[in-house]
Every structure is written in C-alpha cells, then in structure tokens.
Design a protein around this ligand. Structure first.
Ligand SMILES: Nc1ncnc2c1ncn2[C@@H]1O[C@H](COP(=O)(O)OP(=O)(O)OP(=O)(O)O)[C@@H](O)[C@H]1O
Length: 702
C-alpha cells in the first residue's frame, strides 16, 4: 500500500483577503496557477482533498476513524502533517479546546478508548486493553522528552540508537493512560513543554517536530498484541526572507528547513529507486523512516489558500506528489505469547517508567515469539527495507484497492503468520522465501551480531609504537571521538548556509556563514565566501553595479560570468563542504584509502613516523578495531566480519601468514592500514569498506 496523501486547504485568516486566494480544489484534485503564467493552471491529484469548509469532524471521519480498527488488528498507524508554517498542521493534529475544534489526535484517542470499552464489555472482561503514551519533540535536531520541563532537559537531548533496524529514542518516558481524561491531562501538560513562539507568519508557530506515540496493548488469554499509533506534527518550513526572524528564530528555522530538505531528499531518493536513502542526515528523517515502517501511513498536506504562499505551496504539492508514490508493505504485528509470569507489567507499573530502548512507529516488540522459537536470536527479526516505488503509470490492482476519496480499504490478516517463517518478523511476508534464503539470512544476521559484539571488546593494544606516540594518538583520537562540539556546530551552520544558497536565499546563507565564523576563526575560504555573498547581495540590490561590472568584462568572459552562478549551485549540491578543511590532526586516515590518492605524509610533533611502507596516520576506533581483528589471525574473530564465512576467514589467515605476502614483512607482518589490508590476497577495497561499515557501533551519528 502506498502512503495515503490527503490535502487540506485551510480557510482564509482574518488578515487574508478573498481576492488573494489562488488554491482551489475539484474533487480530489488541488489546482494552483503557474506563478509565471496566471493563465496556466497546475493540477495535483491526491487520495482525497478537504476544502476550506471541511470541519475537524470531516477529516477525522474521512481519514482517521477507520485506522482504529486496524490498530486493534495489530497494525501500526503513522499520521503526519506536512506543510509550510501557518498552514494549519497543529490545528489539524491537535486542534482547539472546544469539542468541535478538537483535532485528529484527541479524536483518535477518544475512538481508541470507546472501542476498548466495547471490546472489554463484549468479552466479559476476558480481553483487556491498555494504552500508554510517549511524546517528544525534535528541536534544532535534538530530541527532547516532552514529559520533561525545558529547564530540566539535558542540552544535548536524548540519543537515538539503531536497534534491530529500527530507530529508538534512548531514555524516553512512557506513561500509562487509563482513560481519555488521563490522556488529555498528560497531552496538554506535555504540550506546554513544546517549543513554540511567535513568528511573523504565525503567532503560535511550532518550532519543533512533535512526535506522539500511543501504544495499544490488547491482552487476551495468553496472547498479547501490541500496536502503535504515531502522530507527528512536523514543524513548518519557512522562507526566512519573509519572516524577519532574529538570530534564535533563524537558527531554529534553519534546523527545521534542513530536516525538511533532507525529508524531501529521502522522498526523492526513494522515488528514483536510489540505493542510498539519506535518512541518517537528520533526526526527524531517521525517526520518521518514511517508507520503512509497516502498517498504514497517512500524510495530511496542509495548504494555505493565498498568493503569499504561492511558491511554498507549489513546493509542498510537489513533495506530496512524490510521497504518494512510496509504497509501504502492510503487515500486522505478531502476537506475543505469554511466557512465564511477568514480573511487572510494562504498563500498569509505577506512573513514570523509563524505557532503555523502544521502537517508535515499528513492530519490533512483537516480532519475536520466544516461546515458540527459543533457538533464534531476537535480532534476527531485523526487517529489510520495506518500501518500493510505483511508477507513474497507474497500476490497476492498486487503484482498485485504494480508490480516490475512499478511506483505507480493509486489511486482510494473513492466516499463516504463526508458521516457522514468522520468526523472521517482516521477512515472513515475502513470498518465495526458500530455505536457503532463510539460512543465508540467519548466517548474515548472526555474523552481524557477532561482529557487533566483537566490536565491544577492547581493542588489542598496538605493541609497535612507543608510549609517547601512543599518548599523542590517544589524545587526538579522543578529540575526534568527542566530535569537538564547537566544530560540529560550525559545520551545521555551514550546511544550513549551503542549503539556503541552493535555494537562492543569499541573505539567510550569509547569516549562517557569519554564525559559522566564530567556530572557524581566520578561515580564509570562509571569509572569501562571505565577501562573495555580500557582493552578490549588493549586486541584487543595485543591479546597475552588476551591469557595469558585466560591461567591463570582455565578451568571451561575459558568457562565463552568466554561467558561473549556475555552476556554483551545481557544485554546491555536489560538494559536501568546500570551506572546512580538516587539519592534519583531525583528518581520518581512511580518507586517503577511500579516495585512492597517494597517502599524504602527516606530521606529529613535526617528526614523520614511518612503520613499514606507510606513514603513521590517525585511525578511527572502527579502523583500529578492524585491524586488530585481522591481526589477531583468529579465524573465529575474522569469520564474524560482515560477509566473511569460515572458508574466507581461513583464506585470510593463510594469506596473512604466507611468506609470499611481501607487503606485510614489517613489524611481525601486522597490517598497519586499511590500504595495506585492501591489498591482501583475496580482500580488495570494497570488502574492507564493507567490513568497516558493517560494525554496528551503537554511537549516535556513526
Ligand atoms: N482549518 C482551519 N480552520 C480554522 N482555522 C485554522 C484552520 N487551519 C489553521 N487555522 C488557523 O491558522 C493559524 C495557523 O495554524 P497552525 O498554527 O495550526 O499552523 P501550523 O501549520 O501548525 O504552523 P507552524 O508550522 O508555524 O506551527 C492558526 O491561527 C489556526 O487556528
């Protein structure tokens, strides 16, 4: 099933006037004029469109009410509101205080409790339903628990971890909610902790993405079924040229724009079937993992009807158009069979519970049926990416199942879920899984798990360098490990600056470059960049200056001057960072290995240190650990590296011990670098990179 995308056009606000309205709808099609040619109209078709007269009840009845029964059938549900700032996302998701104004979240909860009471009553209390919630926000790319007051938050926020292919927030509070009243009290209280402020475009603008997770637990006899409804109110993108934002607002808004930019890139990559989807480039996209979760996903595209939003609205419509092509596999969560008596219920315990790791919109908690399958490690339940993309051509089967203007079709539960294949979680739904595929999968997972465990063992100390050098290396490594907060901040300003530049927002880009300045003092490239942008802004303000400048250029160079800005933009898109040049100290040794360039000789204490044929360069903990595994010559350890079976491990050890391997005749034939390792018989660069990245370092951002 594809992501269901519905649009909602908000009414005109008091400050807006009728004749400025440019967005209209016709059935399930949104229409908007071409900004360059008012006579031409663009049409965007969605699963449904709600016009300005639509009420909160209409949206709930049309889109959300039907998801309640899917939740009770153990499907996860993800709802998210997307749109420019001030288009009505919070109004749609949360809404106002009066009964009629309540948004989809309180209505969803109300429906969940109503059904719970009915199920409990009909089963004469044999079936029990419990509800728990967690609620957090992503503010300036940091995750904060909304059950914690802002002044008590740790400035670094909560960490994200990958757990069996799912992104989890570490240390999030989960609270049981026994009744709708309970929920409303907690929800209102948590919303007070949300980061909002007045901007020029919205008096109560949300400055963060808010993610509410409602966990539904249905116990019947020995079976427990858990599903999660995630409701996400994304912060709105905004054009800083229109907002007059001050420095703080500008930083917030750049973080919001950056995450939405990454989200758009993810959707673009998915729709182009690219192998790499840049989920990890922002916390929001990591958490949302659009297209990766099972169950139902509904995106509500909020639109303002007026001309002031013209270009933004077009951008949103284009984004939504691509999003609707993402296909998500529908899969219900497996039941958990009750094992030995539970020591304490996860829900009915003390009022506040801390979770070490918890899945967000995902199904991990259900995918292991331990009583039935004790021999399989639980990490095997890690899912593969579950998305595929439709082509633009409509597929008849899909149209039949997801007709326009119709809520979700009913989802049939598959009857063979308890077969042995179901131990593999989402994989169990894939048709045509042969025994050997399963075995390969098991082997791969076991290898990954063992490699991850191996990584947690302390690295073998390098015996072949003197203490002084080791101390120096350790100091430098610590510096890199700590990611030098200041530098990281500077880099994020640079990234934001570039994003603004790509969008042609020179003034905002300039502000960002200026903010980066204090983190990279005396950086000549940065200073030059700032000067260049200043000149460009001036040129825009005083075009005659630009004309004079152009006139003074020889004709052959003139065309280049016109082409150059375009090339600049292309280069910007290509190059991750052209300003920050890492110093010798913090450059990873792996860089030269990856680019195949001749290794730069690096200096520590001005003295080059040579071991064997290579200069000693800094190695990341990951690289060091990989080399220590290889140099152990232990088949058991090497076998655990990604993609290495017993046979390959033996061949590697043989190559290492071979007297013909002249490359490794130094220092007891230990491998000193990734480059050297890649030249080992039967290895190669790709394999090395695979091994290196195959480790599951449970460190945020790696
Ligand atoms: N359907 C609607 N009916 C009536 N008023 C609406 C509707 N949608 C939005 N509004 C009003 O428009 C204003 C902006 O809405 P809202 O705060 O929900 O926008 P938003 O998209 O969440 O903005 P931001 O991203 O800045 O948080 C509010 O005053 C809200 O009450």
């Amino acid at each position: 099933m594809s992501v269901r995308v519905v649009a909602r056009i908000r009414p005109l606000l008091n400050t807006e006037i009728d004749r400025d309205a440019i967005v209209t709808c016709d059935g399930s099609v949104v229409k908007i004029p071409n900004p360059k040619n008012a006579g031409e109209e663009y049409s965007f078709s969605f699963n449904n469109v709600y016009d300005a007269q639509s009420t909160q009840q209409d949206i709930f009845d049309g889109e959300i009410a039907s998801t309640i029964k899917h939740l009770y059938n153990a499907y996860d549900v993800t709802l998210f509101a997307y749109g420019v700032t001030g288009t009505g996302k919070t109004h749609t998701m949360r809404g106002g205080k009066s009964l009629a104004d309540r948004g989809v979240i309180p209505r969803l909860l109300s429906g969940i409790y109503r059904r719970a009471r009915k199920i409990e009553k009909d089963s004469q209390e044999e079936t029990k339903v419990e509800v728990a919630m967690s609620y957090y926000e992503i503010y300036n790319d940091k995750v904060f628990d909304l059950f914690e007051q802002p002044d008590k938050r740790s400035p670094a926020g909560l960490a994200l971890r990958d757990n069996g292919g799912k992104t989890v927030v570490v240390g999030l509070t989960e609270r049981p909610c026994e009744s709708l009243k309970d929920f409303e009290r907690l929800y209102d209280q948590a919303n007070m902790n949300r980061s909002t402020s007045a901007t020029k475009l919205n008096a109560h603008s949300s400055r963060s993405h808010a993610i509410l997770c409602v966990k539904l637990i249905v116990r019947k006899g020995d079976t427990i079924r858990i599903s999660t409804a995630s409701a996400i109110d994304l912060a709105g993108s905004e054009d800083n040229r229109r907002t007059d934002n001050n420095k703080e607002r500008l930083v917030e808004s750049s973080a919001i724009n950056k995450s939405l930019f990454v989200l758009a890139q993810c959707v673009e990559a998915i729709s182009k079937k690219q192998a790499r989807i840049p989920y990890r480039e922002s916390k929001m996209t990591r958490i949302l993992s659009l297209g990766q979760s099972n169950g139902l996903t509904i995106m509500i595209l909020n639109l303002a009807p007026v001309r002031a939003y013209h270009l933004d609205t077009l951008a949103s419509l284009n984004f939504a158009n691509r999003t609707k092509k993402i296909e998500i596999r529908e899969a219900e969560n497996e039941p958990i069979l009750k094992g030995p008596p539970r020591s304490a219920s996860t829900i009915t315990g003390p009022t506040i519970q801390r979770q070490a790791l918890r899945p967000l919109t995902t199904t991990a908690h259900n995918s292991n049926v331990r009583a039935a399958a004790p021999a399989i490690p639980e990490q095997l339940a890690k899912p593969t990416k579950a998305f595929s993309v439709f082509s633009d051509k409509p597929k008849p089967t899909l149209t039949a199942r997801t007709p326009l203007n119709k809520p979700f079709p009913s989802l049939k539960r598959k009857s063979d879920h308890s077969s042995s294949i179901s131990q593999f979680g989402r994989q169990s739904n894939q048709p045509g899984m042969t025994q050997s595929t399963i075995e390969n999968m098991v082997e791969r997972k076991v290898t990954e798990i063992l490699a991850a465990r191996a990584l947690n063992q302390p690295a073998a100390p390098a015996k072949d360098i003197d203490d002084d050098v080791r101390r120096r290396l350790e100091y430098l490594e610590q510096k890199i490990d700590g990611q030098d907060d200041d530098r990281a901040k500077g880099l994020s300003f640079l990234l934001m600056a570039k994003q603004h530049q790509v969008h042609g927002e020179d003034s905002s880009a300039l502000k960002m470059y200026e903010l980066a300045r204090e983190h990279f003092p005396n950086n000549q490239k940065l200073e030059a960049k700032i000067e260049k942008i200043k000149a460009r802004i001036l040129e825009k303000k005083q075009p005659h200056l630009a004309e004079q400048k152009l006139a003074s250029i020889a004709p052959v160079h003139r065309s280049l001057a016109v082409v150059k800005p375009l090339m600049d933009i292309r280069n910007l898109m290509k190059e991750p960072d052209d300003i920050y040049t890492p110093s010798d100290e913090d450059e990873e040794s792996d860089a030269s290995y990856r680019t195949n360039k001749p290794r730069k000789q690096r200096r520590l204490n001005t003295k080059p240190i040579c071991i064997g044929d290579e200069s000693l360069v800094l190695q990341t903990p990951r690289t060091k650990h990989l080399l220590s595994i290889i140099n152990s010559r232990d088949v058991e350890q090497i076998r655990r590296l990604k993609g290495v079976g017993s046979k390959k491990a033996e061949a590697i050890v043989e190559a290492l011990c071979s007297t013909h391997e002249e490359e490794f005749q130094f220092s007891n034939a230990n491998i000193k670098s990734l480059g050297q390792l890649s030249r080992l018989r039967g290895v190669g660069q790709k394999t090395v990179e695979n091994w290196r990245t195959g480790f599951h370092l449970e460190i945020d951002g790696i």
